[in-house]
Design a protein around this ligand. Sequence first.
Ligand SMILES: Cc1ncc(COP(=O)(O)O)c(C=O)c1O
Length: 308
Amino acid sequence: MSSNAENRLIWLNGRIVNLQEATINVLSPTSQFGANVFEGIRCYWNEDKQQLYAFRLPEHYKRLKNSMKMFRMEDKYSIDELKQGLIDVIKANGYKEDIAVRQTVFIDGFGSWMSKGPVNMFIAPIPKGRTLNPTKPGLKCCVSSWERISDKNISPKVKVGANYINSRMAQMEALENGYDSAIFMNTQGKIAEGPGSCFLIVRDGTLITPPVTASILESITRDTIIELAKKELKIKVIERDIDRTELYICDEAFLCGSAMEIVPVLNIDGIAVGNGEPGDITETIKEMYLKVVHGEVKEYFYWLTPIY
Ligand SMILES: Cc1ncc(COP(=O)(O)O)c(C=O)c1O
C-alpha cells in the first residue's frame, strides 16, 4: 500500500511506525547538536521487471559505518541489519516507483555533544523522481563566498548532520543573490563541491573533477560517473585541483549526487558555461547513469540490490 508524505511508514529503532508516531527525545544530542550520520540512498523502479533496485547499497553502508567510526559513535548495527531495515520499511510502504531513502543513525538519550551513545536509527523512504524540473535545462550557480569545511576542522568526509550548516550558508547566499545553487572553494582556494553534491567540468573532451582530498564528500555518484565515463563511454577522466577561472572557460559543468543525480550547470558567476546549454558529454553521462540505476545495463547489475 502506497502512502502519502505525511502518513508514510518509517523504520524507527526496530519498529515500523507511521511517521506521525516516529518521535524522538527533543533533548537528545541529535536534536540539540546535529549528532547524527546519514545516507541518502536512491531506489529505482524497473517497470518491465516489476522490481525496485537500491543503488550501490554496500557502498552506502560502508560510508555510513566510516562516518560512525570517524564521529566516534557506538557501532551498533551490522551491515545486514542496516540492509534488512531498509528492505522491510520499503516493503511495508509498498513503493513501486523511484524513491529516496534517508537512513540516519543518531545519538539519542540525554547526553551532550560528546556522547557516543545511546545510538538509534531511523529509515525513511519517500517517492522521488528526477530532481531537476523537466522545464529547466540546468542551474545558474555562483562560487560561494563561504569556504568548504576542511579535514582540519569539520571533515566533509563525515556525513554528519551538523556539517550541513556549511552547505546551508552557501545555498542561502546563492538563493538570496538570485542563483540556483553554489559551488564551494576549499581552504586552499581550489574548487571543492556543491552544498549537497559533487562537481565536474569538461575541458576539451576530458572530464575533470577535484580529488577526494579537496574537501569533498567521497561521493558514490562521482565514483559511478568516473567508472562509466572511463569504461563505457571511453571518456578521459582526470582527478585534479580545479581553479576558479577554469569554471569560466570550461565547455561543460555539472553537479552530481544520489539525490541530485546529474544536473547541468549552465552559468557560473554570470558567465555562460560553454554555449550556456547542457553539454553533449553531460547529457550522455546522464542518460547512461539513469539506465544503469534503473537496471537496464546488464554489466552493472552488481550495483543493484533488488528489494522485492
Ligand atoms: C556535500 C555532499 N557532497 C556530495 C554528495 C554526493 O554524494 P553521493 O553521490 O554519495 O550521494 C552529497 C550527497 O549526499 C553531499 O551531501
